[in-house]
Write a protein that binds this ligand. Structure first.
Ligand code: BGP
Length: 473
């Protein structure tokens, strides 16, 4: 069958882009905001802290006006939990409520649909000090936070995302600064208990959303990557399937069907890492139904069988590096794929594969909430930023997304990372993703001026043509 007979993007397709509060806002301890885990973590050497970030707190009007100029139909941003509820539970900060009211209203002024992530890596530090997600009260605090958001913004926000990249927080929490296993011996068991409480928090927030806001839609937002076997040896295929279940499917099987993925559960049993499940938990998990699946896609993974006798300590891994489990699988590099300047493999065809796999498993509409290229952009003497490499990355991914639509995948939107330059999770300000350049360095704040990059004008054309014109000229 030909790949060329492309269906058009749906006419109400949500073109936009994404950011997260702690990476873009700044004003990290101002206007009544309490500290989050991101404000108190140890910042990797040589990279910026999150105090000022892109200072969107003071530039949101300008940023949203530029998004409107690009023709955005949606803007995915997150609400900082500790800006709304400084200690995570209890008192609400009116200045925080007002700030997001302003952001939401500014979006709506331009007919930009707000797509709100409720929790993006920034647990209030006060909750973290009380055990973080190991403490079941944190799940209740999240539901309270959700209620406050629904009450205040539910009249205008129609699209909600529960938790950003829960799978990355469980699997790579040490890299992104969310890990809390202080004083715990069985770390894996603690992590999967935290995961269970997060799943419950998500389920309750989805149920509450449907009760309080009948017209609204809500979904999870994990980081999903198809996983390839490193060969056609059956043991490598089993390894790839297992990694994919651990990394991807456990999170979506639970969010959509309310069940633990059987393959993962059996591995947790062998690792003595199964969570305690209280009476009634599974009923709650089963009765929560997402309206769509949002996911972040940067690349695929590749895995092979990993004999126990070859087990060694792992090297540096992050959210896009496949990890290992001796006796089961090990992540390996894929020599067929080019890499970004930061070592992330680039796989547009893998995007189509991933979209198809997700759709055939869950049959829910899909919105991409992250996809993009981190690079050392250069501000030229003439004031331009010629990010043709980013345009190429996005062109190739949009093309494959269209092929996925042609395959029958129900796509509702596409929000690359990121709308505006912001601070990377662990690699500082110099790893830029935005359509809009922010004039600052890791340590020199300069003037924080906003400058549209070449990709800004390109994306504007893509949106205006509803994805028909992807050319770069
Ligand atoms: C995802 C996160 C984002 C983001 C992005 C790029 O995992 O949801 O917050 O930052 O990855 O990653 P990085 O910032 O590490 O380059």
């Amino acid at each position: 069958m030909s790949n060329l007979k492309n269906k058009d993007f749906p006419k109400d397709f949500l073109w936009g882009a994404s950011t997260s509060a702690y990476q873009v806002e700044g004003a990290s301890l101002e206007y009544g905001k309490g500290p989050s885990v991101q404000d108190v973590k140890v910042i990797p050497e040589g990279t910026a802290d999150f105090k000022v970030a892109s200072d969107q707190y003071h530039h949101y009007k300008e940023d949203i006006a530029l998004m409107a100029e690009m023709g955005f139909k949606t803007y995915r941003f997150s609400i900082a939990w500790s800006r709304i509820i400084p200690k995570g539970v209890g008192e609400v900060n009116p200045q925080g409520i007002e700030y997001y009211n302003n952001v939401i209203n500014e979006c709506l002024k331009y007919n930009i649909e707000p797509l709100v992530t409720m929790y993006h890596f920034d647990l209030p530090a006060a909750l973290d000090e009380n055990g973080g997600w190991s403490n079941p009260d944190t799940a209740e605090a999240f539901v309270y936070f959700a209620k406050v958001m629904y009450e205040n913004y539910g009249d205008r926000v129609k699209y909600w995302l529960t938790i950003n990249e829960q799978n990355v927080m469980i699997l790579m929490g040490n890299i992104i600064g969310t890990l809390n296993v202080k004083g715990i011996d069985n770390v894996q068991k603690a992590l999967y208990q935290q995961n269970h409480y997060m799943m419950l928090a998500q389920a309750k927030a989805m149920i509450l959303c449907h009760e309080m806001l009948p017209g609204a839609k809500i979904g999870p937002a994990p980081n999903i990557s198809a996983v390839y076997p490193n060969s056609n040896k059956p043991e490598d295929i089993a390894a790839a399937n297992t990694l994919s279940a651990i990394r991807n499917w456990m999170y979506l099987d639970m969010a959509v069907y309310g069940v633990y993925n059987a393959r993962v559960w059996s591995i947790l049993e062998t690792m003595d890492a199964t969570p305690e499940i209280n009476e009634g938990d599974m009923e709650i998990l089963k009765s929560a139904k997402p309206d769509f699946i949002a996911f972040n896609y940067y690349s695929t993974g590749t895995a092979e069988y990993y004999p126990v006798e070859e087990a060694t300590a792992e090297g540096k891994v992050d959210q896009q590096t496949a990890f290992s489990l001796p006796g089961v699988f090990r992540g390996v590099k894929n020599p067929n794929l080019p890499k970004t300047e930061f070592g992330w493999e680039i796989d547009p065809i893998g995007f189509r594969n991933t979209l198809n796999e997700v759709y055939s498993r869950y049959h829910l509409p899909i919105i991409i909430t992250e996809n993009g290229l981190g690079a050392y952009d250069k501000l030229e003497e003439d004031g331009t930023i010629k990010d043709d490499y980013r345009i190429k990355y996005l062109q190739d991914h949009i093309e494959q997304m269209q092929l996925a639509i042609n395959d029958g995948v129900d796509m509702m939107g596409y929000c690359p990372w990121s709308a505006v330059d912001l601070i990377s999770t662990h690699e500082g300000f110099d790893k830029r993703y935005g359509f809009i350049y922010v004039n600052r360095g890791n340590f020199d704040l300069k003037d924080l001026k906003r400058i549209p990059k070449k990709s800004f004008y390109w994306y504007k054309k893509v949106i205006a043509s509803n994805g028909k014109d992807l050319t770069n000229n």
